[in-house]
Design a protein around this ligand. Sequence first.
Ligand code: ADP
Ligand code: 5GP
Length: 225
Amino acid sequence: MSVTPTAPPPPADRRGLLIILSSPSGAGKSTLSRRLRAWDDSIRFSISATTRPPRPGEADGVDYHFVTRAAFEGQVAMGDMLEHAEVFGNLYGSPRAPVETAIDSGCDILFDVDWQGGQQIKESPLSAQVVSIFLLPPSMAELEARLRARGQDSDAVIRDRMRKSRDEISHWAEYDYVLVNDDLEACEARLRSILSAERLRRLRQPYLAGHVQRLNVEFEDRALT
Ligand code: ADP
Ligand code: 5GP
């Protein structure tokens, strides 16, 4: 009896990754997240809840879920947040349900969270699926220039973000990967390489055990003929 070798199923037969992207504000998280999603539209984006007011151009349910402090605290009390933290005086958190739906259907989900959020996700029961990436600016002068070029914040807010960037950067060594976002194209290419390799880790390809079993059956079948 001959056994027809079966090709491994498509890579979707795996649990998705939780991709954590952190950096000081202005280093390029949103820009690179958008580019990653344009590269692979199966990557979901974790839409955070926040108590901060929307900036001009931001839409509820797209950029953030804009909620009151009472509503936010209610969700935390119900255990509906995978992680949450106070950043720049506002509460931010990642709703748990969309994350579980995404990874159970084999989709990777990307988080733009600060170091506190990254730490909590890494300590959660989903830690085996986590890939954490920290972005550094090429220089502090360039970070400030990017915050100004973005044109979304007042001088006072920019000064505050620059002051807090030192604290965020101090957590760089807690991440799996650290990239200097100098040239945008080059940084995007490095991010794609990280994701491509992480998706191929043995433990993230559960169908491999079945494939090897089929190879062994075929081997024994051929040895007998
Ligand atoms: P974050 O989400 O980390 O706060 P953004 O993605 O909003 O940062 O980037 C801040 C500004 O810097 C934006 O105007 C963006 O276009 C610009 N930017 C991002 N990456 C680069 C880069 N590699 N080179 C030049 N400008 C960049
Ligand atoms: P911004 O107000 O500029 O959109 O975000 C400010 C900071 O909050 C950024 O460092 C961003 O990564 C972080 N942040 C956004 N969403 C979340 C979240 O859900 N959880 C945590 N911990 N941080 C978040």
